[in-house]
Design a protein. Structure first.
Length: 344
């Protein structure tokens, strides 16, 4: 009896030992992932804290109450600034890319509006109309926010400002982005070397310098088409950054962003946007643009925004933010029905 019990004990030990050998690698992986996640969390928190700048603005004047992205639909102004040693510091630079993202808390969806850099708008900071990309050079993020709010009549809750260095470094950190280049182009690089970047049409993988060249070029089309390309590049970069293959590159991504980012978001607020991810890899992003036409009252070229298109875009953003919809006197629903009938 004692011998049988001894055999049973030994057998159980062998089974436990075997199970331990099988489970041990998984335990190591779980511990490694947990440790890496904690490290990234701490590093990201530190990077965002160092980049934080509330620009002495507690909330938008167009908000009656403070908003919390955990519970409210909010907006973010994305500013890509054209800064370099030749062009001056970040605070003196003009915006080379300007986008408004609205995030709906119920749908977990994003609408991304690109505003052409040459748009002829009123800039409150200086009190007259000029190109919208000048606003940042006049008064930094705050002046740009006030200009966009005056144009769209919607609150801008948050802003994110990055320079070219951050954009290129992030693209390189995730080993490039895949995108469809619409036509052959030769563009200067980030050091202003003429025709240093040469791209051919077609779907291809671009590094940071190449992606920047594609985002900047407008030699063969308009500022509006340029804005559409920038939207596609942003979507491609978001998809790539959120892909499984990029998880282990987040350390480099944080390094790339850290020194070249300014935002009024806290790390806690930024984490609230993780819920907008769908299927763990992609974000539900719809792109918007405002129609317009060339405008040259003197020696300077501008882009004159179409009032009807602007009004319709504002209504879309207001509805997405769950705000009262402004009546501009246009019957957009009737126009949409007419367009659908014509298309049919």
């Amino acid at each position: 009896m004692i011998e049988n019990n001894s055999r049973i004990v030994k057998k159980k030990k062998r089974v436990l030992k075997k199970r331990f050998k099988i489970l041990f690698p998984f335990l190591i992986v779980i511990i490694a992932i947990a440790s890496y996640s904690m490290y990234l969390h701490s590093k990201a928190d530190s990077a965002i804290s160092e980049s934080h700048d509330d620009i002495n603005r507690d909330k938008s004047d167009l908000r009656e109450e403070y908003v919390d992205p955990k519970f409210d639909s909010v907006s973010i102004l994305l500013m890509g600034i054209d800064s370099s040693e030749k062009r001056g510091s970040d605070d003196e630079a003009r915006t080379d890319a300007l986008m408004v993202a609205t995030l709906n808390k119920d749908e977990k969806s994003v609408k991304l509006l690109s505003i052409p850099r040459d748009s002829y708008v009123y800039v409150p900071e200086v009190g007259y109309e000029t190109k919208i990309n000048h606003a940042h050079a006049y008064g930094g993020p705050r002046a740009t926010i006030e200009t966009v709010e005056n144009l769209l009549n919607i609150p801008i809750d948050y802003y994110i400002r990055v320079n070219f260095e951050a954009f290129m470094d992030v693209v390189d950190a995730v080993d490039g982005i895949t995108i469809d280049v619409p036509y052959e182009l030769q563009e200067q690089d980030s050091k202003d070397n003429a025709d240093a970047i040469h791209l051919y049409p077609g779907v291809q993988k671009l590094n940071g310098e190449e992606a920047l060249a594609l985002a900047r070029t407008r030699k063969k089309d308009s500022d509006v088409e340029r804005g559409k390309r920038q939207q596609e590049i942003m979507k491609a970069l978001a998809d790539r950054t959120l892909s499984v293959s990029s998880i282990l590159k987040y350390d480099d991504v944080i390094d790339a962003i850290g020194a070249n980012l300014k935002t009024n978001m806290t790390f806690s607020e930024m984490k609230s946007f993780f819920g907008y991810l769908t299927n763990g890899t992609n974000m539900d992003i719809e792109t918007l643009n405002i129609d317009g036409e060339d405008y040259k009252p003197g020696s300077t070229y501008y882009w004159q925004l179409d009032e009807r298109s602007l009004a319709q875009t504002v209504n879309i953003l207001e509805e997405h933010l769950e705000l009262p919809v402004t009546d501009y006197g246009y019957d957009f629903a009737e126009e949409d029905e007419t367009n659908e009938e014509t298309t049919y």
